[in-house]
Design a protein around this ligand. Sequence first.
Ligand code: ADP
Ligand code: ZN
Length: 212
Amino acid sequence: MKLIMLGPPGAGKGTLAAKSVNILNVPHISTGTIFRTAMSSNSPLGLKVKAIVESGRLVDDQTTIELVRERLAQEDAQKGYILDGFPRTIPQAEALAGFSAVGKVVNISISDSDILERLGGRRVCRKCGHNFHVVYDKPAREGICDHCDGEVYTRDDDKDEAIQKRLEVYRAQTAPLIQFYREKGILVDMNAMIKFEDTMENFKNALAPRRV
Ligand code: ADP
Ligand code: ZN
């Protein structure tokens, strides 16, 4: 299964992808998590992208494409993958087509008010990248990840100003991918729901073979 998760920030791409790894048995590859991990460890990549990511803008296509090309060349990605956060621009999608045959694109829709509620309350584990929410999905111990004991923090780009910027960037640069993949006949639409279990149900339906 070579799958792309498409949708605005806060749609739940990362959460759905993480929960599906065991079902689909392919790696979850999140460019956002790769960038944040690099930023936490102050690697050359992290230092290069930090200011851009924190402001809610996109990392340049060349850097991002190269990163994904290398990641998809690794052993575990040969049987498939769930790509979360890539591609985010038409040039990225065109480049991807040159080195991998995508099987399906799940396009997640969500209302603007739900986006704001989700992103404003989102907390993330610095170590393993797991997502929590201050109201809907709290870690058992405040500030500590249930899965790896890592520190749970608020992403800089989940603050108000950066959220607006990310929504703008999504509409201008990423939303055109919906049409791009619809024309290729591999896009399936689904709605994000308030309850995660309902969203997961919609996602499973979207993955069912009959849908494309
Ligand atoms: P979300 O889906 O919540 O907006 P991500 O974790 O996918 O967040 O991405 C966070 C940030 O990482 C983006 O706002 C951007 O700065 C950078 N980023 C992630 N993926 C890409 C990409 N494919 N191209 C360019 N920048 C990216
Ligand atoms: Zn963790």
